[in-house]
Design a protein around this ligand. Structure first.
Ligand code: A2P
Length: 322
């Protein structure tokens, strides 16, 4: 494997080039995330995936500013994504939410701004504690939030807009006469391959980003099931890794890139940050890809059950449309 391989790019519908391998920052702790972002940019990452709800955008913003000031990289070489939190779906709250994110990130414009979930919360709610914190979908239609998102491009505050955690049915609602999302960021890994959703998005010119590509074993205990399978310990992935003298994480990242998706593995560890970038140089064989395909079991690590407590207007079925 090359030590510093070329990172592949994805072409968005308007032909913009997005680096397909980025650094994830969900769960990257304040006090650690800044050093992780600086290290990532220094070793060659050009795409950082952020979100307001991760609670670490100010520190990331400082790290980006440090890299720009040091001349490590120029702003136009970086791809910065962030996400609108669910409590700001009201059209009048969309632009102020992005302005807050831009101030925290010390940026004038994002490359990509995503609607984080197809779920609206009452203003000021981070995570719902009571059913009434979750707004019934009919009172805050996704189409209205999306119209407000589209205005952010004309205002020069983001180059592209997209969505996250959207099913085919919910995407179809946005496509009816409105600007098409450039991206759908969804959970994807060998245990949750979502082939139909990926293929359909790609066929329609909506690029796809894989989140939790390593199985997000560091997510909060409350989000974990009992006896859940550990993706990084999967024997088939381990065997393929050994054959290539690579790590299991590198196989998972290379698999995501081989499918033509973007992928945003999270790490705050300098060696693992480097190792994950080097996965761009790992070429899996058709036989490897076939073996990984057989691992699919439709297993979500991020089940969205925070949106479906008793009394919520959402169920798992209405959230995922499955
Ligand atoms: P750490 O941040 O200590 O490196 P995901 O991207 O699916 O959310 O997974 C993130 C988890 O995977 C974190 O616990 C992260 O830990 C760990 N991780 C990241 N890169 C690697 C790697 N190359 N090998 C093993 N674990 C990794």
């Amino acid at each position: 494997m090359e030590p510093t391989p070329q990172i592949p790019t994805l072409r968005l519908a308007d032909d913009a080039a997005m680096p397909a391998l980025g650094l994830g920052t969900w769960k990257s702790a304040p006090g650690e995330v800044g050093a992780a972002v600086r290290h990532a940019v220094e070793v060659g990452y050009r795409h950082i995936d952020c979100a307001a709800i991760y609670g670490n955008e100010r520190e990331i913003g400082q790290a980006i500013a440090d890299c720009l000031r040091a001349g490590t990289v120029a702003r136009e070489q970086l791809w910065i994504t962030s996400k609108l939190w669910n409590d700001a779906h009201a059209p009048e709250h969309v632009r102020p939410a992005l302005e807050r994110t831009l101030a925290d990130l010390q940026l004038e414009r994002l490359d990509l701004y995503l609607m984080h979930w197809p779920v609206a919360l009452a203003p000021g709610v981070g995570m719902p504690r009571r059913p009434e914190d979750i707004l019934p979908p009919e009172t805050m239609p996704l189409e209205r939030t999306w119209e407000a998102m589209a205005k952010l491009i004309d205002a020069g505050l983001t180059r592209h807009i997209g969505v996250s955690n959207f099913s085919r049915q919910k995407l179809a609602r946005l496509q009816a006469g409105l600007p098409q999302p450039a991206m759908n960021q969804i959970e994807l890994h060998p245990y949750l391959q979502q082939r139909q959703l990926v293929t359909q998005c790609q066929a329609q010119g909506i690029q796809v980003t894989a989140y939790s590509p390593l199985g997000s074993a560091d997510r909060p205990a409350g989000m974990k099931g009992q006896d859940e399978p550990i993706l990084l310990a999967d024997p088939t992935i381990g065997e393929i890794a050994r054959q290539h003298e690579a790590s299991p994480a590198q196989v998972l990242i290379a698999w995501a890139l081989a499918r033509g998706t973007a992928v945003i593995p999270k790490s705050t560890n300098p060696q693992r940050i480097e190792q994950n970038l080097a996965a761009a140089g790992l070429a899996l064989t058709p036989e490897d890809l076939q073996r990984i395909e057989s691992l699919d079991r439709h297993r979500r690590y991020v089940e969205g059950d925070m949106w479906t407590p008793p009394g919520s207007p959402y169920t798992a079925a209405s959230l995922w449309d499955e």
